[in-house]
Every structure is written in structure tokens, then in C-alpha cells.
Design a protein. Structure first.
Length: 196
């Protein structure tokens, strides 16, 4: 994995975390334990500090960056969907930021909240805990149900399990030229399936 020191600051990656080999970590980046960082994610601690706390996941193509003297933080069990951009913001514990969403400088996403895919959270916006946040500009439209909170928790748990799966079985290989007979499928908990 490309890890870069800048101005004497080296990223911190605990042994218990997994960073995909194509992700890039630069400078003042601090990962907690059990963190997953997906393919092509960019965590740039070359201006402000980047903090990803225990059990959080930063998925494929995400960008984390911030202005000087400004931390960009994902708290414990945070869940950052594919291609999301976090710039100088705080994502509170157990919150989810959906695919392709943007959260701007000084914004705070409340604990357990869900930011919908492609939402745009304006600078300095303060979003409440336990809410669904949608739109551009984003607004908190309703409280989340217990079922939605449980679904989010299960999804984050699967990414925490993925850390172990990747550390134990992920490795680069040459492709097969054809499908082998009786090819197995991956098996997951039924709770992960999208709701109808």
C-alpha cells in the first residue's frame, strides 16, 4: 500500500486494521483498530489531520481531506460508502455516509444518522443524531426506525468482518481462463440483503 510521510508525519495503521494495496495514505493520518480502507481510497493528511476511529470503514474511491489545522474525523463504527468525499468534517459514532455523498468543512453528522447517496452536506451544517439526511443541500427529514438502525449496524459489522477476511485470504492472483465446475458463491447473512 502506498504510505507517504510528509513534513515528518507518518500515517498510523494498527496491525488490526486493513488498508487495500491501492489506497493512499499521506502524512497525518491516524487509523484506529479494526478499520477497513478500500481500494483507491485517498486519505490525505497533508493539510489537516485525518482520523478514522475503531471499527470504521472507508470504502472504495473515498476521499478524506481538510484545510490546515482542521481535522477530518470518522468516529467509531462510522460507515463511509463508495466514492464519498469528506472534507474537514466530523462523522459521529455509528453514522453512515452514502455512496457519492459530499460532506463539507465544519459539518457534523450526528451519531447513528444516515446520509443518503449523492447528498451534499453544506459547510458548517449540524445534522442531528438518529436521522435520515437527504438532498442537495442536505436536510434531516425524519428519524430513523429501529429496523434501519439495525440494518446499518449489521452492514458495518460485515465490514469489520471483512478486515479479517482480507487479512487472511486476500491476495493478488492471475485470473482463471474459464469458470471452474461447481464454482462456489460468497455466503452472507440474510439481513444484508436490500429491502424490497
Amino acid at each position: 500500500m502506498p504510505i507517504y510521510q510528509i513534513d515528518g508525519l507518518t500515517p498510523v495503521v494498527p496491525e488490526e486494521s486493513f488498508v487495500h494495496p491501492t489506497a493512499v495514505l499521506i502524512g497525518d493520518v491516524i487509523l484506529g483498530k479494526g478499520v477497513y480502507v478500500g481500494p483507491n481510497a485517498s486519505l490525505r493528511g497533508d493539510f489537516g489531520r485525518i482520523v478514522v476511529k475503531d471499527g470504521a470503514n472507508i470504502q472504495d474511491n473515498c476521499v478524506m481531506h481538510g484545510f490546515p489545522e482542521q481535522d477530518t474525523v470518522v468516529e467509531e463504527d462510522g460507515h463511509i460508502g463508495h466514492s464519498a468525499i469528506l472534507h474537514g468534517c466530523i462523522i459521529r459514532r455509528n453514522a453512515l455516509v452514502g455512496m457519492n455523498a459530499v460532506v463539507m468543512d465544519g459539518a457534523v453528522i450526528g451519531e447513528n444518522s444516515i446520509v443518503s447517496a449523492s447528498a451534499f452536506v453544506k459547510a458548517k451544517a449540524e445534522m442531528p443524531a438518529n436521522y435520515l439526511i437527504v438532498g442537495s443541500p442536505a436536510k434531516a427529514i425524519r428519524e430513523l426506525s429501529e429496523q434501519e438502525l439495525a440494518w446499518k449496524k449489521q452492514g458495518t459489522h460485515e465490514y469489520q468482518v471483512l478486515v479479517t477476511r482480507c487479512k487472511q485470504t486476500l491476495h493478488q492472483v492471475e485470473p482463471l481462463r474459464e469458470v471452474e465446475p461447481g464454482r462456489q458463491r460468497l455466503v452472507f447473512d440474510e439481513n444484508l440483503r436490500p429491502k424490497q
